[in-house]
Design a protein around this ligand. Sequence first.
Ligand SMILES: [Zn+2]
Length: 86
Amino acid sequence: MKRHPLERIVSLPREGCYAADGTPIKCPECGHAEFNEKMRDFIDFGVGAGPATEIEYFCGSCGESVAYWAYGSFDPAYLDHKQANT
Ligand SMILES: [Zn+2]
């Protein structure tokens, strides 16, 4: 039986995985509490480096992408977008 693509969103154990501002506390997939940050975009002053403007967070254990920070805040709907697009 084919599962509805949105079923996984509803079943994700996200309770307690994120702070109110969207900061990841633990991985919704495996519960790991350490993350790797990967800079996705930054202000380029012409030297190929600068302040980060977009950072994606990956679980340090399972490698799952868990959060996306852009221009000063986390995107609270990031997981919904991510799940809906896969
Ligand atoms: Zn994980």
